[in-house]
Design a binder for this molecule. Structure first.
Ligand code: 13P
Length: 264
């Protein structure tokens, strides 16, 4: 069987409920001819958009996720959204440790771990984002940073919890902080592949040989110019896109371009 390739977008703090719905309807309609057996499409909208997002007509064609999650089922945690609440929406995945959560909101590896454990306890796919800052890259400690984020982030997750049958329930996004968002500089495909190899080796260390099967996605200024060279790298299983995906037509074009290059 062909290895799956993954394309997803994080809508960050953009798009109203109505705009999100239009985006999802358009994207699922444009991509409905693509065989989902070797292709996963996912979208991570704002919390307020989720109740309408899960009701779209083509719900089966897209995985939907939340951008963050509290780690307790309930309690005195003002402003947090719990796994139980997200479960009511029948979401597929939860993103944990996005660079903006870590660097704007001060989240720690330990807390990301609590969220990963809570996500898996409740059956969600946990999409853990990791990545070094520009300063850490300058100081030549990127590999150490990535390994720390993975080893602490996945602490106490047993190998069998990383899968549901054959389906990987742990996904990793490599998102170098210096590459993300406005002013970000995309990582070269060569550089990204070396870091994906570090991540892959660490996943095998943590989860055994099946660590090879866990998807590792690249994110950080993915655009139509670099998508093809990134997707063909051995350890890059998918692309996690921000700005270049927020127009459904453009995202569809990018996906088609990259899929074609990957021989799909
Ligand atoms: P950009 O593609 O806009 O750099 O954002 C990437 C990202 O943060 C995805 O989570």
């Amino acid at each position: 069987m062909l290895k799956k390739i993954y394309f997803g977008t994080n809508l960050k703090m953009y798009k109203t409920i109505k705009e999100t719905k239009v985006f999802l309807d358009t994207l699922t309609d444009l991509t409905k001819d693509m065989n989902r057996e070797d292709f996963e499409l996912f979208v991570i909208p704002s919390y307020t958009s989720l109740p309408d997002a899960v009701k779209i007509e083509n719900r089966g064609l897209v995985h939907l996720g939340a951008q963050n999650m509290g780690w307790e089922d309930e309690g005195q945690f003002t402003g947090e959204i719990s796994p139980v609440m997200l479960k009511e929406l029948a979401l597929d995945l939860v993103m944990i440790g996005h660079s903006e959560r870590r660097h704007v909101f001060g989240e720690t590896d330990e807390r990301e771990n609590w969220k990963v454990l809570a996500a898996r306890r409740h059956g969600f796919t946990a999409l853990l984002c990791v990545g070094e800052t520009g300063e850490e890259k300058e100081n030549n400690i990127s590999d150490e940073v990535l390994r720390t984020q993975l080893k602490v982030g996945f602490k106490d997750v047993p190998a069998e919890r990383a899968f549901d049958g054959d389906t990987p329930k742990i996904w990793v996004a490599y998102e170098p902080v210096w590459a993300i968002g406005v002013g970000g500089k995309p990582a070269s495909a060569e550089y990204a592949e070396t870091k994906h190899q570090v991540i892959r080796d660490c996943l095998v260390e943590l989860f055994g040989a099946r660590g090879e099967e866990l998807p590792v996605l690249y994110g950080g200024s993915v655009n139509p110019q670099n998508a093809e060279e990134l997707i063909v790298r051995r350890n890059i299983d998918g692309l996690f896109v921000g700005r270049s995906a927020w127009d459904a037509e453009k995202f569809n074009d990018l996906i088609r371009l990259a899929r074609k290059k990957a021989g799909r």
